[in-house]
Design a protein around this ligand. Structure first.
Ligand code: E4P
Length: 213
């Protein structure tokens, strides 16, 4: 499993990239809106920092509108992955984009059949949203498991991104289930590094070292 950072904040993206642990970035319209910047300008900044897949979402809801936006986004840089919502129109767009060699990330996946349909339309990635399922009393990790099983049984090459991650347990469990990527918010990424025994161990080593004089 590899890591993506789920953020549109340039400072977070810079810091996470410099940590050396992320392979790319995912954004969504809500994350971009928080930054209050022009979307294309923001993406131009992100591609300067991150040498890996950067998911950028379309806003149109009809196939042709999505195709227009997708081609513009993909034309900006080779690393841009076009994020398309899981709808009938979305999958029509994914089909065309995959034939054009444009990478897609089908987002807002909430059941396993949606993931299978997206894969069959030619999606490069699918993003099941764990946290939002947990929020309504369902189990997001069960969905991730189902998708990984189905893709493995049918030899599907579409990559699975565990999305809407809320805590380090989501990350560990997703890795155990065999997802290809987990896209983590910056706050969760920082939590992943920490263990109180690591901090205590460093403190003890340094205290002992000082005794050498
Ligand atoms: C994934 O690509 C989405 O940007 C993201 O994980 C959504 O997470 P949220 O449910 O925390 O908004």
């Amino acid at each position: 499993m590899q890591f993506f950072l789920d953020s549109a904040n340039l400072e977070e993206i810079n810091q996470a990239w410099n940590m050396g642990v992320i392979a790319g970035v995912t954004t969504n319209p809500s994350l971009v809106a928080k930054e209050g910047k022009d979307f294309h300008t923001l993406l131009q900044e992100v591609v300067q920092v991150v040498d890996g897949p950067i998911s950028a979402e379309v806003i149109a809801l009809d196939r042709d509108g999505m195709l227009k936006e997708a081609r513009e986004l993909a034309g900006m840089h080779k690393n841009i992955v076009v994020k398309i919502p899981m709808t009938e129109e979305g999958l029509k767009a994914v089909k065309v984009l995959s034939q054009e060699g444009i990478n897609t990330n089908v987002t807002l996946i909430f059941n396993a059949i949606q993931a299978l349909l997206a894969a069959r339309a030619g999606a490069t990635y699918v993003s099941p949203f764990l946290g939002r399922l947990d929020d309504i009393g369902e189990n997001g990790l069960n969905l991730v498991e189902e998708i990984c099983d189905i893709f493995s049984i049918h030899g599907i090459e579409t990559k699975v991104i565990a999305a809407s991650i809320r805590n380090p347990v989501h990350v560990t469990e997703s890795a155990k289930l065999g997802v290809d990527f987990a896209t983590v918010p910056f706050k969760v990424l920082l939590q992943l590094f920490k263990h109180p025994l690591t901090d205590a161990g460093i403190e003890k080593f340094l205290a002992d070292w000082k005794k050498l004089g």
